[in-house]
Design a protein around this ligand. Structure first.
Ligand code: DGJ
Length: 744
């Protein structure tokens, strides 16, 4: 068992291979305090770490200063309104309008395995892979029961957390805030906070700042995880980098509103919390009703950010992603969005497919504009019927023709939306999210369907499924191009309007669960105006997510750097597009565009019948590279060697096979260097004693030489030039005599 409870001391200890997480029960009242999270500890008496022997003591010994105790005690899951002035993790409003919550220990359960979270995405693990602690807290005044659920993985330094709230009282109550994870720890190492921020076409840029007094947070109130901020937060001890230092990562397995916050108190402790954003959230709990929060995945690394990244990648590849494609090479697709936008028909698509098939591309994806009367982004969302004036001969015919060319066929949907100019809206104007007597705000000229209403969910699901049943469709791109506003539902009573945003996300999950069950062979790719819903929640349903609408290779370096800090490369939707790039106007070599897209799912987003001959002729080589390296890229360990965001000159990352027998290095010289000298990069994660051949060169070096002596990158002339370097380990006599610098 990786979780233990010591009855004499009231201490719980959760262990992973290199981590311990410790909490305990104190005083007659049974407060639950956070004791420790970090490097693995042996078994000991840890109670002194809660400082309950110091002033102001526990309330049973010093009731006079109860407030001081509550305001300084390192709470494991703080309530609110009764004396702890730091922000609480849970808030409840009674019918009388009061808001105090104080949670005390009631009981616990420890068992092997991990429970599912009903209706929510979550990591999974068998009884042989993880253990779970359910810690039941109660507030007797409210009749509230709160279960903190912790799972510790045996092979990975990951601990997951979620919370179940039950109204065990006799009166209806309103849950106005419920975080999925919280804990208090000392800020004794000048901690910094690493978060991700951005915008449309500029997702997941990294930001690092010193934690100071008061609250610092990131969050989304946009109804989705968003382009703007990301449901991720890491605390880094000062000076931590890719290879060194303590790092605490928190990632939310959820696709809607979130809050990730650190609050430094007067006593220099930090209260860390993550969960559904409380803004506009209010959940009615009648007698015996329960509420389940989404999950937070906490990863601790004492070897810097890089180790945290590799733990998340392994956890998500092996314990979150599902379905047929999760460990499989994905078909190389060509998507017509940047090739044609809305201006396409059967003939144009078949021309693209025909040319693509000659070059080794394996799937054609028909993007936005095939349904209703949609020729621009002003109409038809909701009218999921094929527009036969564009798709002449119908969808089945198109798919059959594409299949005859040896290509699979994929299709785009935006199921959650409704255009005011659509037959669906004319029939059901009340189906859009809106408030009475207030014209809802448009975004991209569209409104959002009220998915809190089951009849709307069923209608839309059936429409999508009918299309999928009608032809041999093997891929779906599920898009979502606007964020929620005007939060109002004609289906919910007044006291439940605060449930709309979460109910919306639950409905998206339900639809995707149905879709993946009914069409298990279909490869699902989530998307939201680029990468606004690239999150761990979506990853549970689709093994790949479109990373950004910015397909410029140089912009992508930063976007993919942020994304790959948590999510595996196999999940990152990345395509080669045409130049000048449609978003930033930059021209980059076709070769570089290929190298950057190889660190993702790899595909094309261009009109292959129109691009430069030279670029066109390079496609078969890129296709070959994809087939050669993709097994390694999908399953290997990721190492960030250099960041263009930091050095403003070059970017470099590496994927190393689990058995260290292969290494793929990507180096991009973003800014050309005048009068240059070669640059040395220091590889990471290799086997020190292994001999590695450098492909294409007649040289063999030891892993230790390449890691500590470095690898020379020559010819740094020219902006945006890239290099792909492949190393293969070889243990044979030849390798030994090939060694240039062999030490005895
Ligand atoms: C946003 C997506 O990110 C694009 O790839 C494309 O599918 C458009 N929507 C279509 O409207």
């Amino acid at each position: 068992m990786s979780i233990s409870y010591q009855k004499e001391t009231g201490v719980f200890k959760l262990d992973t291979p290199n981590t311990s997480y410790i909490l305990g029960i104190v005083d007659e009242e049974k407060f639950v305090g956070h004791i420790y999270y970090g490097r693995k500890l042996g078994n000991d008496d840890f109670r002194y770490l809660m400082r309950t022997g110091e002033n102001p003591f526990v309330p049973s010994e010093n009731g006079r200063d109860r407030n001081s105790f509550l305001d300084s005690f390192p709470m494991e899951y703080p309530g609110s309104g009764v004396g702890d002035y730091r922000e609480g993790a849970i808030k409840v409003r009674t019918k009388q309008g009061h808001e105090g919550v104080l949670l005390l220990y009631k009981s616990h359960r420890i068992y092997p395995g991990k429970p599912e979270l009903t209706g929510l995405p979550a990591t999974w693990g068998t009884a042989a892979e993880c253990d779970t602690l359910e810690l039941i807290l109660e507030d007797k005044v409210l009749g509230l029961e709160v279960t903190l659920v912790y799972t510790a993985f045996h092979q990975l330094d990951a601990i997951t957390r979620s919370v179940k709230v039950k109204n065990a009282g006799k009166e209806t109550i309103y849950l106005t805030k419920v975080m999925s994870a919280a804990f208090d720890m000392d800020n004794d190492r000048e901690f910094e906070m690493l978060t991700m921020h951005g915008s449309w076409a500029r997702e997941r840029r990294l930001q690092r700042r010193t934690v100071g007094y008061g609250k610092q947070s990131c969050g989304s109130m946009r109804g989705e995880s968003s382009h703007q901020e990301h449901p991720f937060l890491a605390l880094l001890e000062k000076g931590a980098n890719q290879k060194q230092g303590a790092v605490y990562g928190l990632n939310f397995v959820y696709s809607g509103n979130f809050l990730a916050q650190v609050e430094q108190s007067q006593f220099d402790s930090m209260r860390v919390m993550m969960g559904i954003h409380p803004e506009n959230f209010c959940w009615e709990l009648k007698m015996a009703d329960t509420f389940q929060t989404p999950e937070v995945v906490m990863v601790y690394s004492n070897q810097g950010i890089g180790k945290m990244t590799r733990t998340y990648h392994d956890l998500y590849r092996n314990h979150l992603m599902r379905g047929e494609y999760k460990d499989k090479k994905r078909p190389i697709l060509i998507n017509n969005w940047e090739a044609t936008y809305f201006d396409f028909n059967t003939e144009k698509l078949l021309d693209i497919a025909k040319e693509a098939s000659k070059l080794g591309i394996e799937m054609l994806v028909m993007d936005d504009g095939w349904f209703g009367y949609r020729n621009d982004d002003n109409t038809s969302l909701g009218d999921w019927e094929v527009n036969e004036s564009k798709i002449q001969g119908g969808l089945k015919h198109l798919v059959e023709e594409v299949n005859k060319m040896g290509l699979k066929f994929g299709i785009w949907f935006e199921p959650e939306m409704i255009s005011p100019d659509s037959n669906l809206f004319r029939e059901h104007p009340d189906w859009a999210i809106q408030m009475p007597n207030r014209t809802p705000s448009l975004a991209r000229n569209q409104l959002v369907l009220d998915l809190s209403r089951p009849e709307i969910v069923n209608y839309i699901y059936e429409k999508v499924a009918k299309i999928l049943r009608s032809a041999n469709i093997e891929y779906v791109k599920w898009d979502m191009n606007r964020q929620l506003s005007d939060l109002g539902s004609f289906g919910l009573p007044a006291e439940r309007q605060g449930e709309l945003s979460h109910r919306y996300v639950l409905a998206v999950y339900e639809m995707q669960e149905r879709l993946t069950k009914e069409f298990p062979h279909v490869l699902l790719e989530n998307c939201s105006g680029g990468g606004a819903r690239f999150d761990a929640g979506m990853l549970y349903y689709s093994p790949q997510i479109w990373c950004s609408d910015d397909t410029d290779a140089i912009e992508r370096l930063s976007i993919q750097e942020g994304t790959s800090m948590i999510y595996p490369l196999s999940a990152i939707g990345a395509h080669v597009s045409d130049c000048p790039n449609h978003t930033v106007g930059r021209k980059t070599p076709f070769e570089t565009r290929g190298y950057v897209a190889l660190a993702g799912t790899f595909g094309y987003e261009l009109d292959v019948t129109k691009i430069h001959q030279e670029d066109h002729d390079m496609i078969p080589t890129q296709v070959e590279m994809y087939h050669k390296y993709n097994d390694l890229v999908r399953a290997g360990d990721y190492y960030r060697i250099a960041s263009y965001q930091e050095n403003h000159e070059y970017d470099c990352y590496e994927v190393v096979a689990k058995d260290k027998s292969e290494v793929l290095i990507t180096f991009i010289q973003v800014m050309g260097r005048a009068n240059c000298h070669s640059r040395r990069i220091y590889l990471d994660g290799l086997d020190e004693n292994q001999k590695y051949y450098i492909e294409g060169e007649d040289t063999v070096y030891l892993g230790s030489t390449l890691m500590y002596g470095g690898l020379q990158i020559e010819n740094l002339w020219g902006d945006f030039r890239g290099k792909l370097i492949y190393l293969k380990a070889k243990v044979d006599k030849q390798a030994e005599s090939d060694l240039k610098f062999f030490q005895s």
